[in-house]
Design a protein around this ligand. Structure first.
Ligand code: MG
Length: 353
């Protein structure tokens, strides 16, 4: 039996994880948490809000599925890696904001870091721990979101409702807006850098509108391996929770006879500047990526409340990155301070606008 703790159990990933656990005899749900929704009786141990490390200490899980939304997921990521417990990571923000601290914690703890993000699960499977020197580049695909094909001026008046209508993936509001701005792909570029130790210039992003190809790895001999399948998060969730077993999942096999189309397009960086801003923040190092994430969270929340236009999210992020000092964080306390500094700078920027 594998003892599983699901953090963020009421969100889209959390609910699908519970479904996967329910259908797999070797997986036992021992703890669950939510941000604010009541979850009494969902698992033997439950917690709503608060410090998740207390729940993890009591639950003693073999694997933690971290599906918390945003920076709030950092402490659980660090606890899990530090304690040598396997981490199935859906909270990409924690690796973006705390990449260096997380890798150091994994080094000390010795547990496995298993990506749940579909693109990174795909890369993990294509790479299979092959020699880094054989890899030419990794390619993350993006659906392009609901605004694919629109130019910058078309995006001035789009509403939260428009942004929440994602064409291929059914997800929570934060990540759905991030998919519409391509900030999500920016976070994923940074996530890929930390997960697979690939330099930023070897991480490429391409639009693949049907979300059937999740990622590709190009090798130095000209061969490329792609990971394909229908977009269904139960697949990467199950892969991470049952690794290395690759348990059965109740999804239809890819139907090629019906005329599957696999088209690829370049990204329009003028319409979707957050992807480039994230990449630059990652390259700058230190806590710039943490600041990118913090300002983006502030901007997305304001957009969803109708207080910021769609294109304003990128403006807030760009201004915030100019204001923060980006100095590296030596510990969680310094990282939290950098996160808070960036949030204040983002709030100030919006108040002045
Ligand atoms: Mg993804």
């Amino acid at each position: 039996m594998k003892r599983v703790a699901v953090l963020g159990a009421t969100g889209s990933i959390g609910r699908q994880a519970l479904e996967v656990i329910d259908r797999h005899r070797e997986l036992e749900l021992v703890a669950a948490s939510s941000g604010s929704q009541p979850i009494d009786g969902l698992a033997p141990l439950t917690q709503v809000g608060g410090d998740l490390t207390e729940l993890l200490e009591r639950a003693r899980p073999d694997v933690v599925l971290n599906a918390v939304v945003g920076f709030a997921g950092v402490t659980a990521t660090l606890w899990t890696l530090e304690h040598g417990v396997d981490l199935a990571l859906a909270n990409k923000e924690s690796l973006v904001a705390a990449g260096e601290l997380a890798l150091a914690a994994r080094e000390r703890g010795g547990g496995r870091l298993l990506p749940v993000d579909s693109e990174h699960s795909a890369l993990f499977q294509c790479l299979e721990e092959r020699e880094a020197s054989t890899v030419h580049s990794v390619v993350l695909t993006a659906s392009g979101g609901p605004f694919r094909g629109r130019n910058r001026s078309d995006l001035a008046d789009v509403t939260p409702e428009d942004a929440l209508a994602h064409p291929t993936w059914n997800m929570g509001p934060k990540i759905t807006v991030d998919s519409a701005t391509l900030a999500n792909k920016g976070l994923e570029v940074i996530e890929a850098h930390f997960l697979f130790a690939v330099p930023y210039e070897q991480v490429e992003v391409v639009i693949q509108p049907t979300s059937v190809v999740h990622a590709l790895v190009r090798f130095r001999d000209g061969a490329a391996l792609a990971h394909a399948g229908y977009p269904d998060m139960r697949v990467p969730i199950s892969y991470a929770l049952t690794y290395p077993e690759r348990a059965a999942v109740d999804v239809p096999p890819l139907d090629l006879a019906s005329g599957l189309r696999l088209e690829f397009e370049p990204v329009d960086h003028d319409a979707f500047p957050l992807l480039g801003l994230a990449r630059r923040a990652g390259e700058q190092g230190g806590t710039y990526a943490c600041a990118f994430n913090a300002a983006n969270e502030v901007g997305v929340a304001a957009f969803l409340e109708g207080q910021l236009p769609f294109l304003g999210i990128a403006e807030v992020v760009e201004e915030t990155l100019e204001q923060v000092d980006g100095a590296p964080a030596a510990n969680l306390g310094e990282l939290v301070a950098a996160d808070e500094e960036a949030r204040r700078a983002a709030e100030r920027g919006m108040a002045l606008a």
